[in-house]
Design a binder for this molecule. Structure first.
Ligand code: E4P
Length: 218
């Protein structure tokens, strides 16, 4: 399973990259706003800065919701760096834009997926990734992980190349369960990735090893 970090914060991206286990970054307009990034040029420069940190797979979301606007923005974003994946919402013009980008060899991430039907449409249009938001489904008493299971089965049934990018991953158990089910990618905040390190027996065992070493070595 690939690990993407879900943030526009350069320090967090760098910290995750330095761990040596990071495969990409997802951003969205809310995450960009959280970092105080605004204005077309600043936004583009910020994407370039992210691309300079990581090796590949930087999702940059279009703001337009009409086909012409999405195509214009998506082409501009894709031209910034080969690492850019154009993020497009699952709406009617979004599907048309994904088909357009796919025919042109521009990678896409179809976002705001909450149902299997939406994911089928995105795959048929040629999306590189689909982003089912599991945490937001859990928030409204639907089972986010169940959606991942459905998508894994459906994509296997028809041999779709589209990769399932589990998004809105809120805690380390989400991440582990996505891996069990067979999501291709999970995107999450830094603390969810580093949370995988935690085990009290590891802490206890290490403390014991160091204490024993100190006893016999002074
Ligand atoms: C995915 O690409 C989104 O940026 C993200 O995972 C949304 O997560 P949230 O529901 O925690 O905002």
């Amino acid at each position: 399973m690939k690990f993407f970090i879900d943030t526009a914060n350069l320090n967090e991206i760098k910290e995750a990259y330095d761990l040596g286990v990071l495969d990409g970054v997802t951003t969205n307009p809310s995450l960009m706003a959280k970092e105080g990034i605004s204005g077309e040029e600043n936004i583009k420069n910020h994407y370039k800065a992210i691309c300079n940190i990581v090796d590949n797979n930087v999702s940059a979301e279009v703001i337009a919701t009409d086909l012409e606007g999405m195509i214009r923005e998506g082409e501009e974003l894709a031209a910034l760096d080969d690492k850019i994946v154009v993020k497009v919402p699952i709406i009617k013009d979004g599907i048309k834009a994904i088909k357009y980008f796919s025919d042109k060899g521009i990678r896409t991430n179809c976002t705001l997926i909450f149902s299997p039907g939406q994911a089928i449409l995105a795959a048929k249009a040629g999306a590189t990734y689909v982003s089912p938001f599991i945490g937001r489904l859990d928030d409204v008493s639907f089972n986010g992980l169940e959606l991942i299971e459905q998508l894994v089965l459906i994509y296997q049934n028809y041999g779709f190349d589209t990769q399932i990018l589990a998004a809105s991953v809120r805690h380390s158990m989400h991440l582990i369960q996505c891996a069990e089910i067979g999501a291709d990618v999970a995107t999450c905040p830094l603390n969810v990735i580093t949370g995988l390190l935690n085990h009290p027996l590891t802490d206890k065992g290490l403390a014991q090893f160091l204490a024993d070493h100190k006893k016999s070595n002074g």
